[in-house]
Design a protein around this ligand. Sequence first.
Ligand code: TRP
Length: 366
Amino acid sequence: MSFEETLENATSDASYQKARETSEKIHAAIEADPSRFRMLTGDRPTGNLHIGHYFGSLANRVALQQKGVETWILVADYQVITDRDGTGPIRERAYSLVTDYLAAGIDPERATIFAHSQVPALNQLMLPFLSLVTDSELRRNPTVKAELEATEGRPLSGLLLTYPVHQAADILFCKANIVPVGKDQLPHLEQTRVIASRFDRRYGRPEGLDKPIFPAPQALLSESGTILGLDGRKMSKSFGNTIDLGMTADETAKKIKKAVTDSDRHITYDPENRPEVSNLLTIAAMASGRSQMEIAEEIGDGGGGALKGYVTEAVNELLAPLRERRAELENDPAIVHNVLTEGIERANDQANDTLREVREAMHMVY
Ligand code: TRP
């Protein structure tokens, strides 16, 4: 590792620790008074949501919504073209994403669900925001770097380079103060805070506003651990090792049957030496609410077959109501269409209000 890399890792470990601490404080503050918080988060419509998404973020969003946190969720359709050549079947994917949100328990009466491509004033914030960042700042962004590497030699597009600024517009247009995300998104949150405070310093405020237009948003890190795919690698559509929310119970069983285990029939929870078996135990634990140890003890010498049986049952039981709602929604696409239309309308109202403040602060009112 080069000196620069060592330094970068050390600082990112330190900022991760800090983000964890802030995140814990926010969790406590939410318990005390959820009405102080507005969360915004979202996903790229690039494929089906799987149980990794569910345990890692979706279940968490639903819980925050239930606690009374104001909820905004965006379908990040423009982000799809940061690192690929076309939009693909984006409409179907956006619908599928929103279907998953609703099936998982996001309540459109309380939550605003929208696609950012449909909100012109949100996208226009990108212009003043771009004036507040430097190209070297963007080139240093670890997420941009990682995505660039994953594209295997594809030249860095202007959109990939600047999408953290666009993501800042996603967050700031609605003045969200919390953003539930994974560790990989922390650099974007930092960039967003920098943009929010630089805007205030450089362009100021509309007359009569006694606080910055944009509050500084904080990351809310999910408390659940992450799960791996059924082959022990990262859970990812491209490895074919996922359990999708939209699969049937039978498809789920078949998928889990093919999961990688090891030759020791005695089941133990030992993530270090038995990552695949331990991961299956973690999936079972998250789905059933029991602990990995408890499940391992119960299976004992039953081997991989019994373990897989247990995982299948736990996952299918957990997802049964979600899948039932999913099927109902798929039968009536007008529901998702209406949810999106209403969400887009609300997002536009909010974005227009914010853009008006921005123009006033910048003296661009004619
Ligand atoms: N970058 C996020 C992802 O890849 C998606 C996203 C877009 C997002 N805009 C956002 C997440 C705003 C949180 C807040 O999953």
